[in-house]
Design a protein around this ligand. Structure first.
Ligand code: BG6
Length: 497
């Protein structure tokens, strides 16, 4: 009910993201009664469609909506479709913005959307700036009547310099509080729950520091390869595609100090501070010793041949783009001094899983010497996906004589809480933007702080001839060398294997 009348204008409406994520999310919001009465979606791109053709493409003939339409019925689909319009920008962008502006004005008048507009940029990033500029020139960004917001898809920049440049140019046309930079990991319930686990409980936070934590491990694994996105991925790699955004967002929520409130600005202030406290790896020695990158090689998985990365469509056969990266780093602040963080992300792993593992220090005085088990550390495992939940591993006495200790599990599953599926990330994020809540969106300084950490690594890879890239067979947990990254007797926790 806080969602005011408004129009959502999607640039790049003929693209994959619109059909795969945005329209299904909007359809769910519609079915759940979250959309305001006066609401419409205007799809914009260079392809030629009539309104009807666009509705057919993204609703009635879309494989992404097939199941939902069956469940909710054709009639619901028809009603939702009435909220969709399309505008063809034509080949020459500039001139057609005049026509776009007229279309927006007339739709606004007809549907009483109150001059409240959200512009969603889901185009290739090199035209973000042109779009923002043209919207501004057409007077579509002025806030005198109604509010205006801009949602920007990833990737936000290609490196630190381009991210700064993009921030500067968007700031010419939009204020920071109008800009919503999407990171869909922040839309995940379990990522948001990192804040609740830490700051709504009194049993974890007192231990959440160097006195009790030995090391922290974050794994993000996907079993798929680059699928049909070889062309894009080859210019990006795991570092830009996943680490700079999604993984560093998770890191910032694990590392941050308690915010003074749950308001967007206090949470984002703490996240920026956290990102700025990461010790940047910049000299050759630390760059070569603390980062392992890899690329998947052809293999047979479950009797099926799987292509190696260099054989994928759209990928340069001599490519040195990484599909695996594992990094060890430290956080230079009072709380985390000397606690190693290990983070890895990769494609073509044995399974799809994302989790954060907090390894606690073992008890300092060991009195139960009967079994080796007690020497193992306590672990808190936060399962981001799948099997969303939280697992605590702790020692218990084996029944019987003496004091044998064994490990037991306290395990919480999210699906025990809810009847329906968790709200998809894009639903939550779109609804927040519609209501003007930027808590789950990245702020300009946050994105730049993340690039500060990543930039020297990318530079090292592109300039140093000693920067090795290791091969790993598709379907294993990455190159062997990544195991040596972890100090002492520890190894990565490879869930499910
Ligand atoms: C996207 C990346 O941002 O996240 C993809 O571009 C990746 O390469 C995807 O597959 C993973 O998202 P999720 O929600 O499936 O973990």
């Amino acid at each position: 009910d806080r969602t005011e009348s408004q129009m959502l204008i999607i640039f790049g409406a003929s693209g994959d993201l619109t059909a795969r994520k945005l329209i299904p999310a909007l359809f769910h919001l519609y079915c759940g009664g979250y959309l305001p009465e006066n609401f419409l979606i205007l799809g914009v791109s260079r392809s030629e469609f009539s309104d009807e053709e666009f509705r057919r493409k993204v609703i009635f003939e879309s494989s992404y909506l097939e199941g939902d339409l069956k469940e909710k019925g054709r009639e619901t689909g028809e009603k939702f479709a009435q909220k969709l319009y399309y505008h063809d920008l034509g080949a020459s962008y500039e001139a057609s913005y005049v026509a776009l502006a007229r279309k927006i004005e007339s739709l606004d008048e007809k549907h009483q959307t109150g001059n409240n507009f959200i512009f969603y940029l889901s185009t290739p990033p090199n035209i973000y700036e042109v779009i923002a500029k043209n919207l501004s020139e057409q007077g579509l960004t002025h806030k005198d009547k109604g509010w205006k917001r801009l949602i920007v898809e990833k990737p936000f920049g290609y490196d630190l310099a381009s991210a700064k440049k993009l921030n500067n140019s968007l700031h010419q046309y939009f204020h920071e509080d109008q800009i919503f930079r999407i990171d869909h990991y922040l839309g995940k319930e379990t990522v948001q729950n990192l804040l609740v686990t830490r700051f709504a409980n009194s049993i974890f936070e007192p231990l959440w520091n160097r006195n009790y934590i030995q090391h922290i491990e974050i794994t993000n694994a996907e079993s798929v390869g680059v699928e049909k996105r070889g062309g894009y991925y080859d210019g990006a790699g795991a570092m830009r595609d996943m680490f700079q955004n999604h993984l560093l967002q998770i890191v910032s929520l694990v590392v941050m100090e308690p915010p003074i409130s749950a308001e967007a600005e206090s949470i984002r202030n703490e996240k920026v501070k956290a990102l700025k406290s990461l010790r940047i790896l910049k000299d050759e020695k630390s760059l070569s010793e603390n980062i392992i990158r890899g690329q998947y090689l052809a293999a047979e998985i479950d009797g099926k041949k799987v292509k190696g990365y260099r054989e994928e469509d759209g990928v340069n056969p001599d490519s040195t783009t990484e599909t695996f990266v594992a990094i060890k780093f430290f956080v230079d602040n009072w709380r985390w001094k000397d606690v190693p963080f290990y983070v890895r992300t990769a494609k073509r792993m044995p399974t799809k899983v994302t989790e954060v593992v907090i390894h606690f220090k073992p008890p300092h005085h060991k009195i139960f010497t009967e079994s080796g088990m007690f020497n193992k550390d306590n672990k808190l495992i936060i399962r981001i996906q799948p099997d969303e939940g939280i697992l605590i591993k702790f020692g218990v006495k084996v029944p019987g004589q003496g004091f044998k200790v064994e490990r037991a599990n306290l395990d919480f599953y999210y699906d025990s809480l809810i009847e329906n599926n968790l709200m998809a990330a894009y639903e939550r994020l779109l609804l927040d933007a519609m209501q003007g809540d930027a808590t789950l969106y990245a702020r300009a300084d946050e994105v730049e702080a993340a690039w500060e950490f990543v930039d020297p690594i990318l530079q090292y890879w592109s300039t140093s001839k000693d920067a090795t890239i290791y091969g790993y067979s598709a379907g294993v947990w990455g190159p062997q060398n990544a195991d040596d990254l972890i100090e002492g007797e520890n190894t990565w926790r490879n869930p499910g294997s």
